[in-house]
Design a protein around this ligand. Sequence first.
Ligand code: GDP
Ligand code: MG
Length: 165
Amino acid sequence: AKPVVAVVGRPNVGKSTLFNRIAGKRISIVEDEPGVTRDRIYTEVEWLDWKFTLIDTGGIEPESQELIPAQMRRQAELAMETADVIVFMVDGRDGLTSSDREVASMLRKSHKPIVLTLNKVDNPGQGPSEHFYEFYELGLGEPIEISSALALGIGDLLDEVVEHF
Ligand code: GDP
Ligand code: MG
């Protein structure tokens, strides 16, 4: 069967922006628009000789502040159940947060390959970004720096993802 890749991370790190970037169109809802439906969270992707299904776990339900812990748990569970590779997204502007640590500790239990992805690195090529080294604490290796908004580093990310198939 076709591999499944799930994008997981706390709200607002840029999961839907990455998903739409890879999908090549605007499927998943970015920011706080209502009316999120499940069919918007899946897209079929071709990269090199690979075909896989990409899931934006944050699009399962509208992201609301008070539901964050339960919501992140459900998203992590969906990823751990269905994904062959998990793209765990963190925010290069905010740096490491306690929510990132919580999601990481849930994901680690799955023993599935996790690709730590540092988004919002909009000015690459100037050495590691400001918060880069903080994320080593998660024990998930070196983050891959990308900018979903500016479409930078996405090819390197996908190269890393397909290596785990
Ligand atoms: P999600 O909640 O994780 O799905 O995050 P969204 O994709 O909805 O993005 C949250 C906010 O971050 C939006 O305002 C995006 O435009 C912004 N954003 C996403 N990716 C980037 C990026 O690479 N750079 C910057 N500067 N902003 C980004
Ligand atoms: Mg989203």
